[in-house]
Design a protein around this ligand. Structure first.
Ligand code: IMP
Length: 436
């Protein structure tokens, strides 16, 4: 089993950090392939909680090479801060490798992200304000600086001289204030020199590392950030991130070929959450939503924002399973639903009086969608210490089975608490596309 991809099937925050951590023992390499420090992966081991934004969660295992692939946008300040935090807790970061081709998030990207969001006023995307979108824009415009430029002051100075006047003009046009530091070429060049010295031992041709590990038949894990429904092309545009969280993103951003991928594990929660703006057909704004948010600690790891909460929605779920070629699923946070008398599952939408089961391609149609629910009886029992499917309350099993049937892929791992041990392992290593 040399290459697996882990993808979020919802709007991010599905618990991919726990999934990666759970599988980490058997893999040699964990690769981040998109996004940047907008991500927030929380891993709980015993009394220790680790919150990682940029470093792949595999760093917590000494045998793993954590890789930040070319498709990631890297804020070196965050990366160094995260390194320092890990070192102070006794974690060895010496094996972390960052692609020379990954693009840099610089101070003006962060300033632009904030300025654009302010200018959008009531139409905000609700970004994490980490500069993700503006850094990817520069990459596409071929104006960006890459990790390799950290080691080349001459190239850096020339590129900054080209980029900065444009950024200054943009920031002024967007009505930004207090941005002088963000466009100070000398200050940025000095930062880059410092970052370069610190990160030099970690900069590598990560595609070569990935392909060599693959040839040695080692198990590689590609760790998606955000979720399929936030994908730039396939999510609810414009309320999406600027990269490709779907499994296909692992090929462009991680350096693995499509036919080298053996397994795509989709990760979802027992309910749905979304951070930031955008359509959310099953959103709950009542006491049940509040209860799920509180019990599930639904607060953004990166921004501290309260996540929006809703019932699970089969419409985007079926779409995400298809789009990613999901071969197995990890279902997280089932325990959070304990004690709720009735659990609703959206099985289709009503749009303009018609029942629709496919994810609406058009944003306008999606805006008119109303949920059609199936109701499941809940369960009273606390399930955090259950370790086998057979020991779950019957109503919990019924809900899990319904989700599995709707998704059309086997739920092989089921999480009933934040700790690594609070996991029900069902079928291990299912056949690819077992249900097709
Ligand atoms: P950006 O990625 O910061 O540009 O934000 C774009 C959208 O993606 C916003 O709605 C964010 O809230 C959302 N987003 C970005 N990263 C995450 C994440 O890790 N979890 C959940 N939502 C995210």
């Amino acid at each position: 089993m040399p290459a697996s991809v882990i993808v979020g099937l919802q709007w991010g925050d599905e618990g991919k950090g726990k999934t990666t951590d759970f599988l980490a023992e058997q893999v040699s390499t964990v690769v981040r392939y998109q996004g940047g420090d907008n991500a927030g992966h929380t891993i709980v081991i015993g009394d220790d909680t680790f919150k990682l934004h940029l470093v792949p969660s595999g760093v917590l295992y000494g045998h793993i090479t954590p890789i930040i692939g070319p498709g990631v946008v890297v804020n070196p300040a965050t990366l160094i801060r995260e390194f320092d935090g890990l070192i102070s807790r006794g974690i060895d970061i010496s094996k972390v490798r960052v692609s020379h081709a990954a693009h840099l998030i610089l101070p003006y990207h962060v300033a632009l992200d904030k300025a654009r969001e302010s200018a959008l006023a009531g139409d905000k995307v609700g970004t994490t304000q980490r500069g993700i979108g503006p850094a990817y824009e520069d990459r596409a415009a071929r104006l960006g600086l890459r990790v390799e430029d950290l080691l080349d002051p001459a190239s850096t100075a020339a590129r900054l001289a080209r980029a900065i006047p444009e950024k200054r003009a943009l920031l002024a046009a967007l009505g930004a204030t207090d941005y002088a530091d963000a466009v100070d070429a000398d200050a940025i060049a000095a930062l880059i020199a410092t970052w370069g010295e610190r990160l030099r031992p970690h900069i590598a041709d990560t595609n070569d590392l990935v392909q060599r590990a693959y040839t040695r038949k080692e198990h590689l894990l590609f760790e998606g950030a955000q979720g399929a429904m936030l994908d730039l092309d396939h999510g609810s545009y414009p309320f999406v991130t600027s990269s490709h969280p779907i499994a296909g993103g692992a090929t462009t951003g991680g350096g693995i070929a499509p036919l080298q991928i053996d397994e795509v594990m989709g990760v979802m929660k027992a309910y749905a959450t979304r951070v930031g703006s955008g359509p959310f057909v099953t959103e709950l704004t009542d006491a049940i939503g509040e209860r799920i948010a509180v019990t599930g600690h639904e607060v953004g790891t990166t921004t501290g924002r309260r996540r929006r909460v809703g019932w699970n929605d089969a419409v985007p779920l079926r779409y995400a399973v298809e789009l990613n070629g999901v071969s197995s699923i990890m279902l997280n946070k089932l325990d959070v639903l304990s004690g709720i008398p009735e659990i609703l599952l959206c099985v289709a939408y009503e749009i303009d009086g018609k029942r629709v089961e496919r994810w609406p391609a058009s944003a306008a149609e999606l805006a008119r969608a109303k949920p059609i629910y199936e109701t499941f009886p809940g369960w009273e029992q606390e399930i955090t210490s259950v370790r086998a499917m057979a020991d779950l309350p019957e109503n919990a099993r019924r809900y899990v089975t319904a989700l599995e049937e709707i998704a059309g892929a086997p739920i092989v791992l089921l999480s009933v608490g934040p700790e690594r041990t609070q996991t029900i392992e069902r079928a291990w290593r299912p056949l690819r596309h077992a249900k097709r």
